[in-house]
Design a protein around this ligand. Structure first.
Ligand code: CIR
Length: 254
């Protein structure tokens, strides 16, 4: 069960966020805010207490709070983002994380790690190696996990921005999976829900207590998740998609 979530309001500078799909255009500020309101509303509907941080215009991507911390049951890790324009975002999240956690750990140079590359499955954490998360960062996280009696393992990635761009753990041994991860033996033990190429963006869903949040515009994914027995809430994240963002990266949940 998640009791808490932290989100950060998007700033006007989100238009300068990192994107790999410039052809989608720039986020519309008004719509970005509306969608953020709806996202917060969905989290609250799922029974989560949401802490809303003010926008920080200095960091265009700072509404994607998932990347700057990893929040577990026992401790939180402040990460070290691999994207140069995102370095420093981790410092501005520390204060609020301290309100919730006594045990804080840090990923340190030369290690880099972004939370989008970390998927929690009970007490085990899958850590994707990506352009943002390097082997040193992954090893540092594994050492921290061991210290608290948990474990981590490394997953090589090649096409996705982050590990969770192509995977979402819905609990109950059910894994949403797409693209390069479909045949990855690391995930053999899971009951898989396959996401087709046309709806690849919807592999980034989030299970929040009794519901699964699914991005708008992915009817097949929605039906598959419903067929697996979940209650679904559709949330539109079209403006965040324009800057590589999805449902998971907009919050820290713990
Ligand atoms: C970035 O490229 O870093 C941001 N524009 C989007 C981050 C998305 N984060 C995530 O999927 N965990």
């Amino acid at each position: 069960m998640f009791k808490n979530a932290i989100v950060r309001r998007p700033g006007h500078s989100l238009v300068n966020g990192i994107t790999s799909t410039p052809e989608l255009g720039k986020p519309d500020y008004g719509l970005t805010i509306k969608q953020h309101d709806a996202y917060i509303g969905a989290l609250r509907f799922c029974g989560v207490e949401v802490t809303v941080l003010q926008a920080d215009e200095r960091f265009p991507d700072s509404c994607f709070v998932e990347d700057v911390a990893v929040c577990t049951k026992k401790f939180a890790v402040i990460t070290n983002p691999g994207a140069s324009s995102r370095k420093g975002e981790e410092k501005v999240i520390i204060e609020v994380i301290k309100k919730f956690y006594n045990n804080l750990e840090y990923i340190k140079e030369p290690g880099t790690l972004e939370g989008g590359d970390v998927m929690m499955v009970g007490e085990h954490f899958y850590i994707g190696l990506s352009k943002r998360t390097n082997r040193e960062g992954a090893h540092q996280l594994i050492e921290v996990l061991k210290k608290y009696g948990m474990s981590g393992s490394i997953v090589e990635t090649s096409e996705m921005l982050h590990l969770k761009s192509g995977l979402a753990y819905l609990e109950d041994n059910i894994l949403l999976v797409t693209g390069e991860f479909i045949n990855n033996l690391e995930f053999k033990k899971f009951n898989k829900i396959m996401i087709e190429e046309e709806e690849i963006y919807s592999a980034n869903c989030i299970r929040v207590n009794d519901y699964v949040l699914v991005p708008a515009g992915s009817p097949e994914t929605k039906e598959k998740i419903k067929a697996a027995g979940f209650k679904v809430i559709v949330v539109d994240t079209s403006e965040y998609r324009k800057v590589n963002g999805g449902l998971s990266c907009l919050s820290l949940r713990f």
